[in-house]
Design a protein. Structure first.
Length: 188
């Protein structure tokens, strides 16, 4: 396979060269102005650029690889990066606040549910214990009633009379003690 190369010769005139040079100079001026405006007020490189402008009249006269231009480009890039980081940090901070608020709301709801569950468990346990106490009180009252019904017969001899008196005091104390030990329910 043969490849044919077509070469077209273009003639370059002096006018074309001067217009290209003018375009390059205007681009250099725009870039220098952009570099100057990209640095914050009071930045040391901005002050140095002002000095060079006073000497040269314009920074576009500096060669492309001049250390001042490179330093200004680096400083502008760092400044732009810092500004972007600040914006991102502010956005992240607002997101973190939102996340923290949602997390705290969820934690508050979970804590409330845990309190309610605990209160329900306490109330169920209290109900079970209180029903046992009520059953014991019922039995104490039955014994008290049986003792009252048979007291005349049991009070015949002094020893039985003493035992009946002691049993009455025990039943009374038991009833009072059991009644005072009832567990109250928890209100949420």
């Amino acid at each position: 396979m043969t490849v044919l190369k077509i070469v077209k010769k273009i003639g370059i005139s002096g006018g074309m060269l001067s217009s290209a040079k003018d375009a390059e100079a205007s681009l250099a001026r725009e870039e220098a102005k952009g570099l100057e405006n990209g640095l914050p007020e009071g930045h040391p490189l901005r002050n140095e650029a002002e000095k060079q402008k006073a000497l040269l009249g314009d920074l576009s006269g500096l060669p492309p690889g001049h250390p001042l231009i490179r330093a200004m480009q680096d400083a502008k890039a760092r400044y732009d990066q810092q500004q972007e980081q600040k914006v991102e940090e502010q956005a992240n901070a607002s997101e973190v606040k939102k996340v923290q608020k949602v997390a705290s709301d969820r934690a508050r709801v979970a804590a409330r549910r845990a309190e309610e569950d605990q209160a329900i468990k306490i109330n169920v346990s209290a109900k079970v214990v209180n029903s046992g106490i009520d059953g014991a009180l019922g039995e104490v009252r039955k014994i008290y009633k049986m003792l009252a019904d048979n007291e005349e017969i049991l009070n015949i001899d002094p020893l039985s009379r003493a035992k009946v008196g002691r049993l009455k005091r025990l039943l009374y104390a038991s009833e009072r003690g059991l009644s005072e030990c009832k567990i109250s329910k928890v209100v949420v």
